[in-house]
Design a protein around this ligand. Structure first.
Ligand SMILES: O=C(O)C1=C[C@@H](OP(=O)(O)O)[C@@H](O)[C@H](O)C1
Ligand SMILES: C=C(OP(=O)(O)O)C(=O)O
Length: 432
């Protein structure tokens, strides 16, 4: 399936269990693979990106098996990874690349990481610079991209690092090097980014990490104990249905067991601010992460202005904010979101280009966009393109639910990266 046609929906109803969180799935494979013993991961996200992480550790000698959405890891521990026989293929996954590089920079063997066309354009100096400050030897191309060469066998030492960009991937990369260094590392994050790596490190190795406000201190060479992990549903996947439920008239849906870690719930805050009817029920702890059922009903939306500190808490949902803006009764503005230019596609450009094709009055800014939702859309909708970006494909599919004419989206198979069952789940809500 490369293209899909999506038509207007007459209300979405029913409930869905959202597949496991992508960040937490990656992290659980990484920590399971460096902890001696058996780690069991329930509700693992079996998407292309997370399967890349599993494959990389299998190539380094870790025994990993899966049955349905359960993954079982049997590892000898962090000192027993071995050199892969070939280059490691990172596919489309920035998270796999950046986290594994941190870990492998402290290992005694050399590795080369390669990726697909999109990943090969994404910036990697943001990790090689701090890792090399720790004594690692990580080399990017002159443009700062993949292939990445990691010269192992270096003695790492701790650093004090103030994060220049709010990036959980960079922070996690440093943490995974820091656990192998000779001295402690302090990371300061002026703006908070998602903290799944810190929570999971604490679970596998409670003495390795302490947080004090904006500072994180990593104490190296602590014991790691294998674990059982229950991954909550991915709020970044639930987000498509949260927005669909809000904008498709006569809808009421329930998204079950979704992770609501406060470093990820920016979209809920923004939707509430815009007047959406969205509620959390059954709030509970799923492992070391909060989770809840999210109930959304259609409602009238008002414009908003989002910027700065909230962006990391909805970083992958910004294209959806543009769509919400296109359904609000006024002008919505997003600024401070320049990081979107460095994702699977340049998401400020691709969101603008594709929503303009649907007739939305949206203008790209250097660090965001402005959307005038008060104007009706005049859709020309047979040539939309995801630009091979899963998040753009799914945002356009949600926009299609309220378009006048059926919409054709090319390269829709990119959904395999984070949400392989997205179209099936959408059908379930349409058929209720
Ligand atoms: O740590 C993670 O799992 C992720 C962090 C974010 O990237 P950055 O850290 O580059 O902002 C996000 O966009 C990505 O989808 C997943
Ligand atoms: C940016 C994303 O992922 P990654 O950086 O892991 O490729 C994403 O899932 O939207």
């Amino acid at each position: 399936m490369t293209s899909v046609v999506i038509g207007r929906a007459n209300g979405l109803h029913g409930s869905l269990t959202i597949p496991g969180d992508k960040s937490i799935s990656h992290c659980s494979v990484i920590f399971g693979s460096i902890s001696k013993g058996k780690t069991v991961i329930n509700h693992f996200l079996k998407s292309a990106d997370c399967l890349c992480t599993i494959k990389a550790f299998q190539q380094m000698g870790v025994k990993i098996a899966s049955h349905g959405d359960q993954v079982v890891i049997n590892s000898q521990g962090i000192d027993h990874l071995h050199a892969p026989k070939t280059k490691l293929q990172m596919g489309n996954s920035g998270t796999t690349t950046r986290l594994i590089t941190g870990l492998l920079s402290g290992q005694p063997f050399n590795t080369t990481l390669v990726g697909d066309a999109s990943l090969s354009k994404r910036p990697m100096k943001r990790i090689s610079v701090p890792l090399n400050k720790m004594g690692a030897k990580v080399k990017t191309t002159r443009q700062g991209t993949l292939p990445l060469e990691i010269n192992g066998g270096q003695k790492l030492h701790g650093i004090n690092y103030v994060m220049p960009v709010a990036s959980a991937q960079v922070k996690s990369s440093i943490i995974l090097a820091a656990i192998q260094a000779s001295t402690p590392t302090k990371i300061t994050e002026p703006i908070f980014s998602r903290d799944h790596t810190e929570r999971m490190l604490k679970k596998f190795s409670p003495n390795s990490i302490k947080r004090n406000g904006h500072d994180i201190v990593i104490t190296p060479h602590q014991a790691f104990t294998s674990q059982t992990i229950d991954v909550p549903g991915d709020i970044s996947s639930a987000a498509y249905f949260m927005v669909a439920g809000a904008i498709v008239p006569d809808s009421e849906i329930c998204l079950k067991n979704v992770g609501v870690n406060p470093t990820r719930t920016g979209l809920i805050k923004v939707m509430k601010q815009m007047g959406a009817n969205i509620q959390l029920k059954n709030l509970h702890n799923r492992d070391s992460e909060p989770a809840a059922d999210i109930i959304v009903k259609s409602s009238k939306l008002h414009p908003c202005h989002i910027t700065g500190d909230i962006i990391p808490a909805l970083i992958d949902e910004v294209p959806l904010v543009a769509l919400l803006g296109a359904c609000a009764d006024g002008v919505t503005k997003v600024t401070g979101a320049q990081e979107l230019r460095y994702k699977e596609s340049n998401r400020l450009a691709t969101t603008t280009e594709e929503l303009q094709k649907m007739g939305v009055k949206i203008k790209e800014l250097p660090d965001g966009f402005v959307i005038d939702g008060s104007q009706p859309w005049q859709s020309k909708t047979d040539d939309l393109d995801s630009h091979n970006d899963h998040r753009i494909a799914m945002m356009l599919a949600v926009a299609a639910l309220i378009a006048k004419e059926p919409v054709k989206i090319h390269h829709a198979d990119s959904i395999r990266i984070s949400y392989p069952t997205f179209f099936k789940d959408l059908k379930k809500l349409e058929n209720k």
